[in-house]
Design a protein around this ligand. Structure first.
Ligand code: A5P
Length: 230
């Protein structure tokens, strides 16, 4: 069983303060989200009455092993809070996500939540989205070659994501093209342009979601409210 990642303990514990005693919670994916799932499970054992929607099979498996009650999004429609990690966070709280490959479910869960809590280490803060060089794009396998060609036609080099030498397959049965980017001056336009390519399911750009961002620096946690946080 995954024993959690102590690197994110402080931020995972701090995220618990945003969890109501009763309610519906979205569970993110990745290392920081995994640390939160471990922290949350201790509260569930202590009597927290929550139902959770996981953003990946990995998070679902871990949460179930730890005794966290799971439901589908269809069963609850809306979520009170979602807690997830991120790969890049800009000063306005816009995000790039998806290096773990769960971007599409993560975006659906984030959009379903009244409040989005993002838990990250300080290394994820960037002045401008794209600074770390990769924008994941989920693509249906049938459209892979068209999507790659269209992206290259837009001047965006991309690489098919592999896992252990084989083509990576998301929980939705799709593939990921990792688009090589530099600092994005017009992320909204880029989102629209990429999503207009037939076969693209979603991008890792999470724009205008106004998350509350919990940033871990060593053992201390900074809380940053995005403009117009929900
Ligand atoms: C999963 O698809 C991702 O969006 C993760 O939330 C993101 O990559 C952050 O992961 P870590 O917390 O492992 O850095």
């Amino acid at each position: 069983m995954d024993t959690g990642n102590t690197t994110f303990n402080a931020v995972a514990e701090r995220a618990l303060k945003f969890i109501p005693n009763e309610g519906t919670i979205g569970l993110g994916s990745g290392r920081a989200a995994t640390a939160f799932i471990h922290a949350l499970s201790k509260r569930v054992i202590a009597g927290l009455r929550i139902q959770c929607v996981p953003t990946s099979k990995a998070s679902a498996t871990l949460a179930a092993q730890l005794g966290i009650p799971l439901v589908t999004l269809d069963e609850v429609n809306a979520l009170d809070v979602a807690v997830d990690g991120a790969d890049e966070v800009d000063p306005q709280g816009n995000l790039i996500k998806g290096l773990g490959g769960a971007l599409v479910r993560e975006k659906i869960v984030a959009a379903s939540a009244q409040r989005l809590i993002i838990v990250v280490g300080v290394e994820k803060l960037v002045p401008v989205l794209g600074a770390r060089g990769i924008l994941p794009v989920e693509v249906v396998p049938f459209g892979l070659s068209l999507c790659s060609r269209r992206l290259v036609g837009l001047g965006l080099a991309c690489r098919l994501r592999l896992s252990s030498g084989k083509t990576f397959v998301s929980d939705n049965g799709n593939n990921i093209l990792d688009v090589q980017v530099q600092a994005l001056d017009k992320p909204h336009e880029l989102e629209q342009t990429i999503r207009a390519i037939p076969g693209v399911v979603g991008t890792g750009l999470f724009l205008g979601m106004s998350p509350t961002v919990l940033i871990q620096r060593g053992e201390s946690v900074e809380i940053r409210e995005s403009p117009a946080s929900k």
